[in-house]
Write a protein that binds this ligand. Structure first.
Ligand SMILES: [Zn+2]
Length: 105
């Protein structure tokens, strides 16, 4: 796991620098990846999140660093997940490397 060296809130998404590569995670895309118990049923992995409930123009207002392993994002729609959703550096790196929705810049 690599610790992001840059984190910035850009117009088109969250910018992270991971292992000397910069990536843009579009905000709505990132919101849909929330791994918290409101969004994904823990035992089965079934998706609980209603995709239609997420505004297209959602963005991140602010963030906090959790320990030395994760970020928690404050979403513009004052989403419940602002207090429950924890995005580990490991998850973000996996998304960056494997999902075309994450743009390398
Ligand atoms: Zn969530």
């Amino acid at each position: 796991m690599n610790i992001p060296t840059i984190i910035q809130l850009e117009d088109d998404g969250l910018l992270l620098e991971i292992n000397n590569n910069k990536y843009i995670f579009p905000y709505k895309y990132l919101r849909l990846q929330c791994p918290c118990a409101n969004c994904i049923e823990e035992m089965t992995g079934r998706k609980l999140l209603n995709v239609n409930s997420i505004p297209d123009d959602i963005f991140i207002v602010d963030y906090v660093t959790i320990g030395n392993y994760a970020y928690q994002f404050l979403w513009s729609n004052a989403d419940l997940c602002s207090t429950t959703g924890i995005f580990t550096y490991e998850l973000l790196e996996i998304l960056a490397k494997n999902d075309k929705a994450v743009k390398k810049v």
